[in-house]
Design a protein around this ligand. Sequence first.
Ligand code: CAA
Length: 258
Amino acid sequence: MSENNYVLFDREGQIAILTFNRPKALNALNRELLQELDQILDQIAQNDEIRCVIVTGAGEKSFVAGADIKEMQAYSVMEARALALFGQSVCTKLERLPKPTIAAVNGFALGGGCELAMACDIRIAAAHAKFGQPEVKLGITAGYGGTQRLPRLVGSGIAKEILFTGDMISAERALSIGLVNHVVEKEELLNFSRSMAERICKQSKCAVGLSKQAVNEGTQMDLDRGLKYEAEMFALSFSVDEHAEGFQAFIEKRSPKF
Ligand code: CAA
């Protein structure tokens, strides 16, 4: 356990578990929490022993209920721009972390909370979780990537409905529009997420890393350039020893040891 206050950092073997920890404020993202998260992501990026990251919220009620509304209330235009750029940079750091990330969404994922979850590679929701971009109700727009990542994940029509109405949507609806990968009972959330992280940790670290890079970079490109990029990642995977073990294990009808 780290000495951080607002983001707890636990290690379970090769898996890092980050817990947003302001339960009295439903884990709303104040500046300090974002700064802690930013620093922890740097530490994780440099730590070769960590192969997968799970992020979740403290308590049963909320993953993250958004940016801290009380902190933002008196912000000037310049302060608002600076906050959005900082929040976006942390979300982008999470998205580009050279290790797979799983958001275990244990309750409200609203505003900046939904945006943080969308910056993760995979989202698993507890059945009672609720998603939404309620910023319009406050008279502001989403600022940590919601107007950009949501349409890329669910298409612009559904994204606009969520952004324009500010409505909360259920975990089941989030599943049906592709915003989350799985919905599980709340008691199962961490075990389900851990078990997926463990399955990922067993695969070739290089192949998983290059696959993440290919999807992240490729989805910013047209198909022709994306396919060329994929061929480069495919070639690169042949330059790392892990592929020799993967092929040999197949021939010998055993599990590979990566
Ligand atoms: N910021 C600051 N404090 C928050 C908060 C937030 N985003 N969300 C909840 N809290 C605080 C409440 O003020 C309350 O504190 P007090 O006990 O001191 O009054 C405490 O958490 C518990 O919240 P509620 O009493 O409101 O709990 P509830 O169960 O009645 O309602 C909720 C839960 C529907 C999530 C409600 O808290 C809510 O609507 N929260 C705000 C959600 C929101 O608008 N998020 C978007 C923020 S803007 C943003 O994120 C911009 C961006 O893109 C970066």
